[in-house]
Design a binder for this molecule. Structure first.
Ligand code: ZN
Length: 247
């Protein structure tokens, strides 16, 4: 890309504004701000933010037209996201915008619509250790990452995770309580690339961890649209070669 990768970090931004919630202390300006700051420091990325309570959830047609990759974090307010905005994001993904869905975004309308399944899973909030194993070592999303990444305290997500089999499964998590989970899942939908990345419960400082920030930045770079990819052409087609009549 000649220009910097334009990333919009979308967050419902509700837990952080509840003074009784630990997220208000951990992320006083919102998780989106911490993620965007890390992306802007990563190099080659120009990250900005959008949140649920802005007009059109901050995702106007103009914002989306100028977004190469959208990051999505939601949890308690999935139902408040307007269907017409979901349809707008969905169309942009099919047209080539990358989408990085984080943690509880597994239950967002946009992820469910793109997956076509309910996307449910097991969970437990016990501040247990998570070990993310890299299982696709040549994949660009794990550039600069070691054999595994430990996160000291996380919410557990466990299988079954009701998603279609990923096109590429890059990371698998193990939790101290014994469960495993498909934590780094890549998909293609239309022209768009989608990366689901599991970590990031709002009560823990996960998004300050350097390896987590690196995987998110790598995920954005992987999901970037092609600048000049071929256009899909559908419908009735004239032959490219001269067709001889049979017999
Ligand atoms: Zn959570």
């Amino acid at each position: 890309m000649s220009h910097k990768l334009r990333v919009t970090v979308w967050n419902e931004f509700r837990h952080e504004r509840n003074e009784n919630h630990p997220a208000s202390t951990l992320y006083p300006e919102g998780m989106h701000k911490v993620i965007a700051d890390a992306l802007n420091a990563a190099g080659g990325i120009d990250a900005s933010c959008a949140t649920l309570d802005e007009p059109e959830h901050g995702l106007t047609a103009e914002v989306l037209a100028n977004t190469d990759v959208l990051i999505w974090w939601g949890h308690c307010a999935h139902g408040e996201v307007q269907d017409d905005i979901v349809a707008r994001v969905h169309q942009r993904v099919l047209d080539g915008m990358g989408l990085v869905v984080l943690h509880s975004g597994h239950f967002s309308k946009i992820f469910q619509k793109l997956m076509g399944t309910c996307c449910n899973l097991k969970w437990r909030e016990a501040a247990e250790k998570e070990r993310l194993w890299v299982i696709e070592r040549g994949h660009p999303i794990v550039e600069g990452i070691g054999e595994w990444v430990d996160i000291p305290h996380e919410e557990m997500y466990g299988e079954p995770f009701d998603i279609p089999a990923p096109d590429t499964l890059v990371l698998v998590s193990w939790f101290a309580g014994g469960e495993v989970f498909r934590s780094g899942c890549c998909y293609n939908r239309g022209h768009g690339k989608i990366f689901y990345f599991r970590p990031g419960h709002e009560s823990y400082p996960t998004y300050y961890q350097a390896e987590v920030q690196k995987i998110i930045a790598n995920g954005c770079r992987w999901a970037a649209p092609l600048c000049n990819g071929p256009k899909m052409v559908f419908g009735n087609a004239q032959p490219l070669e001269k067709l001889e009549p049979e017999g």
